[in-house]
Design a protein around this ligand. Structure first.
Ligand SMILES: Cc1ncc(COP(=O)(O)O)c(C=O)c1O
Length: 423
């Protein structure tokens, strides 16, 4: 790492980690990252803010250095401060982010997507993955004149989806009832659901590979069911796009959807998403309401153009899979050595570190012990591993030490019988 020749934080200029946390808690509703939402007792110990990042590492304002295995919930596929991204940002530094005219980087990115993603004939851009998913649902409904979306996986924070899948305060009740969930890899369940709403199914939207890898017959079967019901097939590749294969899961498994939602790695962490798909369906975008002030953001598009050319010409997904495989193996070995039931579940490019409840020790109890131990060894707490290309051998050695220590601590905690009071 470049640590020794990099003076990352001028001493005395602003406060350390504690000061930032206090200032944040006074003015922010969500002053810490999403990963800490579910672990209130752990928040006081965990770092909240980074001062800088490089490769697979983040530094906090006390100079503590951490290996990051989650990479901002997945978008940073290449790594922090990657030369490709840095060069694109430098080249683009004096270009307006948005203007009354558009910037041609948008054309370049659309051309690259058409070249790389099998379902892409036309493209339109957004900021968040949710923008693309909402646009896809709206296109499906407008194109078919139907209402129901059959869904598997998470598709973002907008009301059309949340009203059914995460119902809570702040939603209009009448929005609910139009999204019906099916279980991944359950073709019979999907077929039954499609039959139950026959004539009103606008689209089938799914995250095509999550912690479960699709069975061989699953994606072709979903394609067949969509066709049989005259519904659009929509792959939500917000997380899988470029991470599992440069052409998405659709290229990996040879099943082409009608529409594809992209986001996250599209610009290696700069905010950019896209809806791509069959030309006749994409033309429907002009009939629905679709307009965002920042959909033509030239900085994110210029970075995306550089990233996509890099993904096209280098086997980033292959490299990430190899590194993910190593990390998953390290976790499984550490858990086995400590005689824990913990296991890495999912494909190497996106897997979860699972701990099963033991007696009265819940999954969360064990995670809390594990997370604290990771921090002690300089690895950020992680539940979903989303490796980046730049993770180095030194990072992996540190991860191994942290996993070994973490699993030993969980085992000690379980053996101690203090299962009702995690430390
Ligand atoms: C599969 C999938 N779709 C959609 C989204 C929503 O993306 P965003 O948070 O950028 O709106 C996510 C986010 O995690 C996702 O994983």
């Amino acid at each position: 790492m470049r640590r020794s020749r990099f003076r990352w934080w001028p001493p005395g200029r602003v406060g350390g980690a504690r000061e930032w946390r206090e200032r944040a808690a006074a003015v922010l509703v969500q002053p810490y990252a999403a990963a800490l939402w579910h672990y209130p007792t752990f928040r006081a110990d965990a770092p909240w803010y980074f001062a800088r990042g490089a490769g697979a590492r983040l530094w906090d304002h006390d100079g503590r250095e951490f290996v990051d295995l989650e990479m901002g919930l997945g978008p940073v596929l290449l790594g922090y401060d990657h030369p490709i991204v840095r060069r694109a940002l430098r080249r683009h530094a004096r270009t307006p982010v948005v203007g009354t005219l558009l910037h041609p980087s948008e054309v370049e990115v659309a051309e690259l997507l058409v070249e790389m993603i099998p379902s892409a004939q036309l493209a339109v851009f957004g900021k968040n993955g949710a923008d693309a998913c909402t646009a896809a649902a709206r296109v499906a409904r407008a194109a078919t004149g139907r209402n129901i979306i059959l869904s598997s996986g998470f598709h973002g924070m907008h009301d059309w989806y949340i009203a059914d899948c995460y119902p809570g305060p702040g939603l209009v009740p009448s929005f609910a009832g139009y999204v019906k969930n099916f279980a991944f890899n359950d073709l019979d369940g999907l077929a039954r659901l499609a039959e139950a709403y026959a004539g009103d199914v606008a689209g089938i939207m799914l995250d095509p590979a999550n912690r479960e890898t699709p069975r061989e017959d699953f994606l072709p079967g979903v394609r067949r069911i969509a066709d049989a019901h005259g519904a659009l097939l929509i792959f939500d590749e917000v997380l899988t796009g470029f991470r599992m294969h440069r052409g998405g899961v659709q290229a990996l498994y040879g099943v082409t959807p009608d529409l594809t939602c992209l986001g996250k790695a599209l610009a290696n962490g700069l905010p950019l998403s896209a809806l791509v798909g069959r030309a006749d369906l994409m033309q429907v975008v002009d009939r629905i309401f679709y307009a965002l002030t920042y959909q033509h953001d030239s900085v994110a598009l210029a970075v995306s153009s550089a990233c996509l050319r890099y993904y096209r010409d280098h086997d980033v997904a292959g490299e990430v899979a190899r590194k993910g495989e190593t990390i998953r193996g390290l976790f499984n070995a550490a858990a086995a050595a400590a005689r824990l039931s913990g296991r890495g579940v999912g494909p190497p490019a996106r897997f979860e570190l699972d701990f099963w409840p033991v007696g009265s020790a819940s999954t969360v109890d064990q995670q809390l012990v594990f997370f604290r131990a990771l921090l002690e060894r300089g690895v950020l707490p992680v539940r979903v591993v989303l490796p980046c290309e730049l993770i180095s051998d030194a990072d992996l050695e540190q991860v191994q030490r942290a996993f070994d220590h973490g699993c030993e601590q969980v085992a000690r905690y379980l053996d101690s019988g203090r299962v009702d009071a995690p430390p």
